[in-house]
Design a protein around this ligand. Sequence first.
Ligand code: 8YV
Length: 320
Amino acid sequence: MAKPSILVTRRLPEKVQARIARDYAAEFNDDDHIFTSDELLRRCAGKDAVLPCHSEHFTAEVIDQLPDSVKIIANFSVGVDHVDLEAATRRGIVVTNTPDVLSDATAEIALLLTLGAARRASEGERLVRSGGWKDWSPSFMVGTQVTGKTVGIVGMGRVGQVAAQRFRGFDMQVRYHNRSRLDPAKEQGAVYHPDLDDLLGHCDVVSLHCPATADSRGMVNADRLARMKDGAILVNTARGALIDDDALLEALTSGKFAAAGLDVFNGEPGGDPRYRELENVFLLPHIGSATVDTRNAMGDRALDNLDSFFGGREPGDRVA
Ligand code: 8YV
């Protein structure tokens, strides 16, 4: 039987690309640029499947123009906000993602952002690198201690639960907001807040771990930020779309917030340039899952989903 044909939109780890080349008739993106919608559509011609990253946007408009041959979008990502799931379902296209395998790596970045923002790490590093470190005093580069404080996890899914575990390592009290309450074994003493507004006022650190959906987009707005404690820290490893940037920039410049740690942005790559002007933000370029182990595991997970689909089985990580 002929191998299914597949478009792989970005360069993946060598081991993953080798597995794809062995089992599929693959077209790779040799120079690894982000495809425009037109290019994506052109390259999908005659393909049975596409294996994209979050950088390719499968809007309803794109999905409606996909050739009939495309039967599955097997994402190399846990987030699927770049795919219009309703449009895919309407066209009978299966969509899968790569959960679990990136939870540890992303939780590591949530902790890094928390500590980096709280202890002014990038500001300090810039100072040393620039040769501007000329003095020391007891009030020099004083930051916020997080040990023993309270963290609010917004979205207690797979990544949120691992992050909670890591925050506990800093003796932090964990509170969380989620659509539904976890069972007590998974809660591990974390305090559940059915109402997000109610959670925010209790927390010294708020860490976002929920997907970007129609309901959650812009949920961190001026009203919600005002409910947070003075001197709080906001951390985002989920999606930039959760945050109203004007409101967060105001909280960071007015003195309301101590700091923020951001790995994801509206308008990636790049993000809102106004963040770059601020000292009290710790910024990373969407590297939550960027470890060798995790990227290999994500590739294997995406391919397991494809293998199931083309083997006539239900893919384990089907989201549409
Ligand atoms: C991935 C992510 O690196 O999986 C996700 O949803 O946001 C990232 O950690 C990226 O999406 C790869 O496509």
